[in-house]
Design a protein around this ligand. Structure first.
Ligand code: SF4
Ligand code: SF4
Length: 429
């Protein structure tokens, strides 16, 4: 039977596809950390069923175990029965926040400040000031902030002088011979990526242009709403999606290219509910089939790739990053459990700092073992979390987006540097 508190009959049927085989348990980071059935995918699916049938009966803190889920979706790709965990988790969280436990004020505040472009601009200006004056090192050493915030501060990139999209024309032309022109694509600039990781967008735009694409940067873009969906705030996410829909609806391009895995997963499934808009593609997926001018020179540093969950599990983009990195790297060394979550998961690393760090610790052990000079990934949250973890562990490896690695290989080529007016020594990772 079903009380249908929040699942539709079809979703309740999906839930029952779980045959309790346990084959997903070994891929679940929270289960690996504490070994509790309630913090495993199988346990959480049982809790969802229990809550759906009697949502008022949360006597055992069932929602707490739902909260502790990273949403990494490793269980979804491990499940032989095809249980669509993502859909069920989103539905449960949405009901939880709407009807049972509204999201706490601190998380709401974080979401409001970090995903609204004007407010994020103010935070960015403050972070920039703190970084430029060396106050961040002082704050960290004096232990003035809670441990979780100090940890996150250590992983922040050096914030650039302005957001990527602010300093650019809305249309960047291809930089390739006429007979290699491949048309136009649009680039999703988002919120945190645009303000803090603008170098990644710059590298993406250069590589696309070098391979014959005009790159459109439509104005008015905003946050994709992924963090809101993970927090159970469906309505707020839809509001942001609607704004992006208006922006991209009439853009004349072949695809909307996204270079942040979390944004890509969200936009791919939710930007066009009827599936009739500009196709959303991840940058690795797009380049893997459209690269016509690969780098002439390879990087010699030892490089390892850590797969973002929202690329590997949510979008099933697994081989493409390796194929592109092989074009750029002489020594691409596999990282064990590269597809396992790093513990970042949006706001999770701030809200559940303890478990997040335990999940990260396992990955740091593997990185220490492999000892790459550069660790590459494809999502800003992962980049921040991994960089903070490496600093704390005293490991010297730097963390870069895979697109930056590809761009650095291109930068070894004088023609590429000349075309984009890059300095001669700008090819160092
Ligand atoms: S979610 Fe899939 S893998 Fe996990 S217990 Fe259920 S059927 Fe088995
Ligand atoms: S989404 Fe990740 S953390 Fe959540 S149950 Fe699945 S594997 Fe575990």
């Amino acid at each position: 039977m079903s009380g249908y508190q929040f699942f539709s009959p079809e979703e309740y049927r999906l839930l029952q596809e779980c045959v309790h085989c346990g084959l997903c348990l070994g891929s679940c980071p929270t289960y690996m950390v504490n070994g509790r059935e309630a913090d495993s995918p199988r346990g959480r699916l049982s809790l969802m069923k229990y809550l759906d049938e009697d949502s008022a009966a949360d006597t055992g803190g069932a929602y707490h175990h739902i909260d502790l889920c990273l949403g990494c979706l490793a269980c979804q790709t491990a499940c032989p029965s095809g249980v669509r965990y993502s859909q069920l988790l989103e539905k449960t969280r949405s009901y939880q926040r709407r009807e049972v436990q509204p999201l706490g004020w601190s998380q709401r505040l974080l979401l409001r400040w970090f995903t609204e472009r004007r407010r994020l601009g103010l935070i960015t200006a403050l972070v920039r000031l703190v970084q430029r004056t060396g106050l961040d090192r002082l704050v960290r050493s004096l232990r003035l902030l809670p441990p979780t915030l100090r940890f996150q501060l250590a992983g922040l990139p050096k914030v650039p002088n302005h957001a990527f999209s602010r300093a650019r024309e809305p249309q960047l032309p291809a930089v390739a011979p006429d007979d290699q022109h491949q048309g136009a694509v649009a680039l999703f600039t988002g919120c945190v990526m645009d303000h803090w990781y603008g170098e990644v967008h710059a590298a993406t735009a250069r590589i696309l242009r070098w391979n014959g694409f005009d790159v459109a940067l439509p104005e008015g873009q905003t946050c994709c709403g992924a963090l809101h969906v993970h927090a159970g705030l469906e309505k707020e996410a839809e509001h942001l999606l609607a704004r992006n829909r208006d922006v991209f609806m009439n853009v004349d391009a072949q695809a909307l290219v996204v270079d942040a895995a979390g944004c890509g997963a969200q936009l791919r499934t939710s930007l066009w509910p009827d599936g009739d808009g500009l196709p959303v593609v991840d940058v690795f997926e797009w380049l893997a089939t459209h690269i016509t001018r690969p780098p002439r020179y390879k990087l010699t540093e030892k490089i390892s790739y850590d797969a973002p969950c929202h690329l590997h599990h949510a979008q099933s983009i697994t081989e493409e990053p390796y194929r592109l990195l092989e074009l750029a790297c002489e020594q691409l060394t596999p990282l064990p459990e590269a597809e396992m979550c790093c513990g970042s998961a949006g706001l999770y690393s701030l809200v559940h700092g303890n478990i997040s760090r335990q999940v990260l610790a396992r990955k740091i052990d593997y990185i220490r073992f492999v000892n790459p000079a550069v660790l590459v990934t494809g999502n800003p949250g992962c980049q921040l979390q991994l960089q903070a973890g490496l600093r704390e562990a005293g490991i010297k490896a730097s963390v870069r987006h895979a697109i930056q690695v590809l761009d650095n290989a291109y930068r070894r080529d004088e023609d590429y540097r000349y075309a984009f007016e890059l300095a001669e020594d700008s090819g160092q990772l």
